[in-house]
Design a protein around this ligand. Structure first.
Ligand SMILES: *Cc1c(COP(=O)(O)O)cnc(C)c1O
Length: 389
């Protein structure tokens, strides 16, 4: 069935979920490790939950439908998904990755994958000549767009043309936009990664990760990997992500509306030096983002006057929590320098613009006036503290 996006969020590509014929509207949680076989050599299609579990299969079907992929695999976390994906590569292989990635991905590549004989070139894919970094042993390009946390926009179609010309896999971590705003397969990607912990789950309560592919050959290799490495998503957590996805479209719209309101406010705040959000007209990524995505998302980054002010903001907001993560119902403020990007070498961190004056905000779905009032009181209490001295 060719359902619309919001319908797919609830049913996937079809309403075939009522396996046990009870009529349950909510997909059941199959909390089982193993399954009885009808006879020797026969299987119900389910043998052992490391390989297959009906609840996990349902969330995989829904995510595959949302990205237009042939298959999706659900893992215990985004990092578990990326770790399993790296098993597609061999010692001696080389990957090109964007220089401004999720900190955990950089840590995996530099501290684990390198040890396993895979090498990397971290390059700014939003403006450098990627082609000049391609070596004989290059196998893939790995990007996120918008980048984390600097919100640079990478032209997915352009990178895909280069990848196709050199027979490289293009892997896109689509966590920041979610499938609601951006579908990288339509732009030439081969593999899509999601940290389902973020927008898909959407409630800051469950970890999960996905690998989505649009090739059956890759899907088969990945199915072998999930069964072998054993980091598949648990039944209950699969159910929580299924429930989260049902409201993805309305959460994304509301969170984006809030992000836009916060951006407007921050642009007028004199103590804010820079605001990074792809939806600001006239900025570098605006037109590219418009051409490849259906929105600008709800993530934004801003630079304040001083490190002291940044630290003050983190301890002074009352509604907004100072916490890692993003994409949930609650607005969170993150300090990339010591949180998400603490493991990125300082020199690279500063070069990417992640100074100790930079804060990242993930807009939730609260009332936007309450978010702005909270930021306002935090900024003005710094003034009071400062004037006292
Ligand atoms: C959070 C995140 C990850 C890692 O996902 P976990 O679920 O935390 O393991 C990977 N990529 C991006 C862009 C993320 O934001």
């Amino acid at each position: 069935m060719n359902y619309g996006f919001a319908t797919k969020c609830i049913y996937g590509n079809g309403k075939d979920y009522d396996k046990d014929k009870t009529g349950a509207i909510s997909f059941p949680i199959y909390q089982t490790a193993t399954y009885a076989h009808p006879a020797v050599g026969e299987s119900t299609g389910f043998d052992y939950s490391r390989l297959q579990n009906p609840t996990r299969q349902q969330v995989e079907r829904v995510v595959a439908a949302l990205e237009g992929g042939v298959d999706a695999l659900a893992f215990a976390s985004g990092m578990a998904a990326i770790t399993a994906m790296m098993e597609l590569f061999q010692p001696g292989d080389h990957l090109i990755t964007d220089g401004d990635l999720y900190g955990g991905s950089i840590r995996l590549f530099d501290r684990v994958s390198e040890k396993n004989g895979i090498t990397f070139s971290h390059v700014d894919c939003s403006f450098v000549d990627i082609e000049s970094f391609i070596q004989k042993n290059t196998k893939a390009i790995f990007i996120e767009t918008p980048t984390n946390p600097m919100m640079n926009i990478i032209d997915i179609r352009k990178v895909s043309d280069i990848a196709k010309k050199h027979h490289l896999l293009l892997i896109v971590d689509n966590t920041f936009m979610s499938p609601y705003f951006q579908n990288p397969f339509e732009l030439g990607a081969d593999i899509i990664i999601h940290s389902g912990t973020k927008f898909l789950g959407g409630h800051n309560d469950t970890l999960s990760g996905f690998i989505v592919t649009n090739s059956q050959e890759l899907a088969d290799r990945l199915r072998f990997l999930i069964k072998t490495v054993g980091s598949g998503l648990a039944p209950f957590d699969s159910w929580l992500i299924l429930r989260g996805i049902k409201t993805l479209p309305i959460r994304m719209e509301k969170a984006q509306e809030n992000a836009k309101a916060v951006v407007e406010y921050l642009l007028k705040e004199p103590k804010v030096l820079n605001v990074y959000y792809p939806g600001i007209e006239g900025t570098k990524g605006y037109e590219i983002c418009r051409s490849q995505a259906r929105g600008f998302g709800s993530m934004l980054t801003f630079e304040v006057e001083s490190k002291e002010l940044a630290l003050h903001m983190l301890k002074s907001t009352k509604l907004i929590s100072f916490a890692e993560s993003l994409g949930g119902t609650e607005t969170l403020l993150t300090y990339p320098a010591t949180q998400t990007h603490a493991d990125v070498p300082e020199q690279i961190r500063i070069r990417n613009g992640i100074t100790d004056r930079v804060l990242r905000l993930s807009a939730g779905i609260e009332d936007k006036n309450d978010l702005i009032a909270d930021l306002e009181q935090a900024f003005s209490s710094f003034e009071k503290e400062y004037n006292k001295e």
